[in-house]
Each structure stands twice: as structure tokens, then as C-alpha cells.
Design a protein around this ligand. Structure first.
Ligand code: BDR
Ligand code: CA
Length: 314
């Protein structure tokens, strides 16, 4: 039985890479996309979600537009400096490629609640952006925590340095109050954080391999990733066109969890002070009673890259 997922996303170059990976994998059935601010404003991330489904030939998959701002804090600047003005590597996606596609009328949080409550025990939530929609859904209907199959998120970091502050990863930092609610809820969470996503890199030669022979999905990925590669040169000094493998990691875990080693620790998110938006794990299992999170701490990068390439080129 494939995993039935709701992909909660702020596309975003690596969100696009993750979505195409999911759509090409028989282990995964994408029930819907819910959108959130983050890599750009929610109007742009929603447009990109629609355009990606149009590109992938899946205009049938519903898209529900979600939160445009965090729950409590004023919004941080959005991520165009990482993902391009259109948040898709400056390929000129400033309008819908298919004007006949429309978002559903429900807000993302309502969409999540309705899908989970009408399919108890079956739905996996895969948030790869700020956790605002999941927190809003929990506030609307706390029983979703009991009825979700699992939550597999990209975000946070246990031991790795942060990517937007010394301690914090962008998705959690963008809405720390939402993340705090999500980590307090009693649902099974797997966290693919920087500990594993920065440990796996894809480089220029790899993107050429994805695109070889005119492969349509691989060619698209190589095209949208160029701006993101330049960001990794400027920010991290990466010499060979490498990028970190953030959002595709959540999908890879769902397809083949044996690529990862996880450890079960309670996680807390500070909502103010210098550690705001960090994901602090109680690694001694001594101090906190909150639900344990499956924190992914090790990854086999070669297997992940091989799996990703096989699926994108299939
Ligand atoms: C996360 O932040 C966003 O820029 C990416 O899409 C990813 O979800 C990495 O910190
Ligand atoms: Ca993302």
C-alpha cells in the first residue's frame, strides 16, 4: 500500500525536487498539496505548486492555499535570495502556466483536517516548509493528532549548526510557535533535519546525469537548480555546484527508511531569545516528558542519490 501523503510545501527549488521525486515513486500517493509562505510569499508558492503539477501532468491533484504569515512573530524576509525572484530559480514563473487550474476553496488547515478525519490512520503529513498549516490544523481539530498515520518533516537540527541563525533551521525558525505546537502534539514525528539534509550533497555532475538524454524531469531540475547552486557557492563556498539535499530527504525516508538511522528524543522549540526556532533534543532522555521525535541522525548519501536518480529518470 503506498503512503497517502499531504505534501505541505513552500516551493521553492528543493520543494520542487521533492515533489517530482514523490510523483515518480510508486510507494507514494500524493493526495494533495497545501501551501505556505517561506521561500516566497504564499501567493507565489501556491502559483509554483500549481505550475509544478501542471508540468508533471498531474493537474488533478488538489492544491489548498494556506498560511501567509507565522502564528505570532512578524514574518522574516522570504527566501527569494536562495530560490530566485519566482522562487523557482528565476525561470520566469510569474504567472500560472495553466490558467484553468485553481486552488480548492478550503484553507490548507481545513483541507488537512477534512482529509485526516475522513481517512483515519491512513494519512501521512509531509511538511517541508514552516509548520504553520499543521499548527492551524491542530488548533482547528486536535483529534487529527490521533488520526494521522505519521508526520515526516524536513526541518530542524539536533547537532548541526543552524542555517538561518547559529542554532535554527529555516522552516522551524520561520514559525517557531507553530513548530512548538507540532512537537507538543501526540503524533509520531520523524524529523529530517540539517543533521541528514546537509550531510548529502548533489553536485553539478549529478544534475547533468539527471538530465542526460533529454530526460524531461531531470532537465527541469537542472534548469531550476542553477540559481540555488549559485547561492550554495556564495553562502557555503561549495566548489562543484553542490546543493544540500533538504526537502527530498523527507520523501526518501518515506520510500526507504533504511537509508537513515534515527534516534528517539523529545524535542522542544524555544519561542524567544537567541535560540528561537532551534530544535533542542533531550539526548539524555532525562529532562523532558514530551513525545519523542524520531530524529534522523545518519544517512547513506550514495543510496539516497542513487534512489533519487533512478526515480527521476524512470
Ligand atoms: C528548508 O528551507 C527552505 O529554504 C527549503 O525549501 C527547505 O525546506 C531548508 O532549511
Ligand atoms: Ca521547503
Amino acid at each position: 500500500m503506498p503512503h497517502k501523503i499531504i505534501f505541505d510545501t513552500d516551493p521553492g527549488v528543493d520543494d520542487a525536487m521533492a515533489l517530482l521525486f514523490a510523483l515518480k515513486s510508486p510507494e507514494i500517493e500524493v493526495l494533495g498539496l497545501t501551501t505556505v509562505f517561506g521561500n516566497s510569499n504564499v501567493e507565489a508558492t501556491t502559483r509554483n505548486a500549481l505550475n509544478l503539477l501542471d508540468f508533471a501532468g498531474r493537474p488533478d491533484i488538489p492544491v489548498a492555499k494556506g498560511a501567509g504569515v507565522p502564528l505570532v512573530i512578524p514574518p522574516h524576509p522570504t527566501g527569494e535570495f536562495v530560490h530566485g525572484d519566482d522562487a523557482m530559480g528565476n525561470i520566469g514563473w510569474h504567472a500560472q502556466t495553466n490558467p484553468n487550474m485553481h486552488v480548492v476553496e478550503q484553507h490548507a488547515a481545513q483541507f488537512i483536517v477534512e482529509q485526516v478525519m475522513s481517512n483515519p490512520g491512513q494519512i501521512t503529513l509531509v511538511p517541508v516548509g514552516p509548520l504553520t498549516n499543521l499548527a492551524l490544523a491542530l488548533q482547528l481539530e486536535p483529534r487529527i493528532a490521533k488520526h494521522v498515520k505519521e508526520v515526516v518533516m524536513m526541518g530542524g537540527s539536533v547537532l548541526h549548526a543552524g542555517n538561518v541563525s547559529p542554532l535554527a533551521e529555516a522552516n522551524v525558525h520561520n514559525d517557531p510557535h507553530a513548530a512548538a505546537l507540532v512537537f507538543r502534539a501526540e503524533w509520531p514525528i520523524t524529523m529530517a533535519g540539517l543533521d541528514v539534509t546537509e550531510a548529502v550533497q548533489m553536485n553539478a555532475a549529478y544534475f547533468d546525469e539527471l538530465a542526460a538524454g533529454g530526460n524531461r524531469f531531470g532537465g527541469f531540475i537542472r534548469r531550476v537548480v542553477a540559481f540555488y547552486q549559485q547561492f550554495h557557492v556564495d553562502w557555503y563556498g561549495m566548489p562543484d555546484g553542490e546543493v544540500h539535499t533538504h526537502d527530498p530527504s523527507a520523501i526518501a525516508y518515506l520510500i526507504d527508511p533504511s537509508i537513515y538511522v534515527g534516534q528517539q528524543w523529545p524535542v522542544t522549540v524555544p519561542t524567544d531569545g537567541p535560540a528561537i526556532g532551534a530544535t533542542i533534543a533531550d539526548r539524555r532522555l532525562r529532562f523532558w516528558q514530551s513525545p519523542k521525535v524520531n530524529c534522523l541522525m545518519q544517512v547513506d548519501g550514495d543510496r539516497l542519490r542513487a534512489l533519487y536518480k533512478m526515480r527521476i529518470r524512470a
